[in-house]
Design a binder for this molecule. Structure first.
Ligand SMILES: [Zn+2]
Length: 231
């Protein structure tokens, strides 16, 4: 699980950080914020992998729009309380569970991680359990090509997270009333699906995995046309 260390130029890093903080002040949508009485009104609860190549703003502007939870391998169990807060209390009409290609957590959970610190091992065990569950009901076969195989596993992992969410009676009720759509997405950073780099596909809606059925969610308009799966 070793990873090459980044060479840091602290002057550049400090300047970028200062510029970033200042740009946020300058771009702050104060009038919009006031109209909301200074409260938050997110429309998406986003569960994504912490991977720095999977930024929350892949779904557009984040400010007062995205209630964001990130952890390694995008696991509901690791951030369950925060996710339920977004769904049950903030009432976001969308929940997105985003998996991605070349997920380090999926790879690590498929390897020997016994030497890792307790807290990290615990999170990887959660990922490992999800993969085992996903494979239990997977009728197809995993590719011999590692790049494809780990993306297939990431896809199955997203399915497991959505099933787990649907087991929550409060969440299920919102979905049944069409007040909540749970979208499983795959961010294809590496063009594994063959449609180009950085494309996002919808692999699951409300537990539905069949791309043809997903395309039938006409209320989601052209979004549903992104339906695609490897598994
Ligand atoms: Zn990842």
């Amino acid at each position: 699980m070793s990873h090459k260390k980044v060479v840091v130029d602290y002057d550049v890093l400090r300047r970028e950080l200062e510029e970033g903080l200042e740009a946020f002040v300058q771009g702050f949508p104060l009038e919009n914020f006031r109209q909301g009485d200074y409260k938050q009104y997110p429309v998406i609860t986003l569960l994504a992998c912490s991977d720095s190549r999977v930024p929350g703003n892949m779904v557009g502007s984040m400010f007062n729009r995205v209630f964001s939870i990130e952890n390694i391998g995008n696991q509901v169990k690791t951030g369950e309380g925060s996710i339920l807060y977004g769904l049950l209390h903030l009432g976001t009409p969308f929940m997105i569970v985003s998996g991605h290609s070349d997920c380090g957590a999926i790879k690590a959970a498929s390897s020997d991680f016994s030497g890792e610190p307790d807290a990290l091992r615990k999170e990887l065990e959660t990922v490992q359990d999800s993969l085992a569950q996903g494979l239990k009901t997977f009728a197809g076969s995993l590719s011999d090509d590692e790049k494809i195989k780990f993306t297939q596993l990431a896809e199955l992992n997203v399915d497991v997270q959505i099933n787990y969410l649907l087991d929550n009676p409060g969440v299920k009720e919102l979905v049944d009333k069409k007040e909540l759509y749970i979208l499983g997405t795959m961010l294809d950073l590496h063009d594994v699906y063959g449609g180009g780099y950085a494309r996002t596909y919808i692999s699951n809606i409300n537990g539905e995995k069949n791309p043809v059925a997903i395309k039938g969610f006409s209320e989601l308009g052209s979004l549903a046309a992104r339906a695609n799966r490897l598994t």
